[in-house]
Design a protein around this ligand. Structure first.
Ligand code: HAM
Length: 420
């Protein structure tokens, strides 16, 4: 038997109901906030992610699905959505002829070659937004708020926002020097990964899980001491905007995120749901002021986030937040197989009238048909019998009260409107 690849899953049964539900709520909230939908390819030129996400990040060095296509091009399955959207903005010159912010939302599959575990897949889905325009702490607050409003709309409230200020590129260069000096003094104590990070990506040492309990870790130099006055002012304004919107946050000086494109604010939404231990970040994002320029576009700053769909769905499922019981309005049951064509026509007309119908085309006994109607939680059955058809009627059965009523086919939809 051929089985699905490791780290992937089939979306089935109630999980597919939850998916549609969470996606519907996502589209609704993005539309309410006037974000436009954008869809970019699931694979892109590898160089986009190398330059965009960062050559030395874990994602690019260890986790991308890279391959040569049949035209010998270097292709990568997208590990995240931001770089592709920035590419689309530049390639389609979406920044031209606009005076206001460009606001996009997206959803779709992402691919990372990670060790599969609860909340961590090799193919997973993200729901995200990206906003492009001048740097503004108001826009950052709007972005963070949209995430909160989305989670609230799903009745999830055990989410905390962790936020940090990574400053500008110049601020980070100054900080990196001091950090590297400090880490070098403690090189013997560093885990193997951090020894490599020291050369490639020293900031990532800040959120190392292996070294977190060691003494040297607690006394690490702080990035906040190296941020310019302008950067500090921006961040204070952002925090006061969050307060004005009643958004609770926690400053986490060790939050650096796993992608290289961020400047200034970075944030994560973390849940206390135990099932996601080790994968408790359900959403991550931040500001990226140089990515558009670095990928060959104009000087346009961006900010956004992406929700990890599977992690969100785990919470929604464990808290029973989505009604996964499926119901239908009407089950169309011809008593005899020779009336199946009548069933097709009556059922199709009822669907046109807006009722959710299931039509039974099987050549099976009537008892089986009614048993299926009740398994599908149908509110009504339309029973098509030879006798009633003679005067162009059917029997309408209320499956809750078991009450039956002979009714003209011409009046069927009106009768159902009255009852629903
Ligand atoms: P990220 O933090 O790499 O950020 O991913 C965002 C979210 O995707 C994570 O918080 C997590 O919930 C989910 N996620 C990541 N990897 C996996 C996985 N292997 N399995 C299941 N879920 C996963 C980004 O991707 C940025 N593009 C976010 C962003 C948008 N920043 C600015 N704009």
């Amino acid at each position: 038997m051929i089985t699905r690849p490791k780290g992937t899953y089939d979306l089935l049964k109630e999980d597919s109901i939850i998916y549609n539900n969470l996606l519907g709520a996502w589209i609704e909230i993005c539309d309410l906030n006037n974000y436009k939908f954008i869809k970019t390819p699931t694979f892109e030129a590898s160089s986009l992610f190398h330059r965009g996400v960062g050559e030395t990040t874990d994602i690019v060095t260890k986790e991308t699905y890279d391959f040569k296509d049949r035209g010998n091009r270097d292709i990568t399955l997208r590990p995240e959505g931001t770089a592709g959207i920035v590419r689309a903005i530049i390639e389609n010159k979406l920044y031209a002829n606009t005076n206001n912010y460009l606001k996009y939302y997206y959803y779709g599959p992402m691919f990372r070659y990670e060790r599969p575990q609860s909340g961590r897949f090799r193919e997973f889905n993200q729901l995200g937004i990206e906003v492009f325009g001048n740097v503004s702490p108001y826009v950052d607050a709007e972005v963070i708020n949209l995430g909160i409003k989305y989670f609230n709309s799903l009745k999830i409230d055990n989410v905390t926002i962790k936020i940090n200020n990574l400053g500008s590129k110049e601020d980070r260069e100054k900080y990196k020097k001091v950090l590297v000096e400090y880490l070098k003094k403690h090189e013997d104590e560093l885990c193997e990964d951090c020894k490599t990070r020291l050369e490639t990506n020293p900031l990532r040492a800040l959120d190392c899980k292996k070294d977190a309990d060691k003494e040297f870790f607690k006394n690490m130099p702080k990035i906040s001491d190296y941020i310019s006055d302008e950067g500090k002012k921006y961040f204070e304004e952002l925090l006061s905007n969050l307060e004005a919107l009643d958004i609770e946050y926690e400053i986490d000086e060790k939050l650096v995120r796993g992608l290289d494109y961020y400047d200034y604010a970075v944030f994560e939404y973390v849940t206390s749901d135990e099932r996601l231990a080790g994968a408790s970040t359900i959403c991550g994002g931040g500001r990226y002021n140089n990515l558009v320029k670095n990928l060959g576009g104009p000087d346009l700053a961006g900010v956004g986030f992406a929700v990890g769909y599977e992690r969100l769905a785990t919470i929604v499922k464990s808290l029973d937040l989505v009604d996964v019981n499926e119901t239908i309005d009407v089950y169309i049951a011809p008593i005899d197989a020779k009336n199946i064509s009548d069933a097709l026509i009556i059922g199709t007309d009822l669907r046109d009238a807006g009722f959710k119908c299931e039509i039974d085309y099987r050549d099976t006994n009537f008892k089986n048909k009614m048993s299926t109607a009740s398994k599908m939680n149908a509110a009504y059955a339309v029973i098509i019998g030879e006798e009633e058809l003679k005067d162009y009627s059917v029997v309408l059965k209320d499956l809750k009260t078991k009450e039956e009523k002979k009714i003209s086919i011409n009046n069927l939809a009106d009768e159902l409107y009255i009852n629903f």
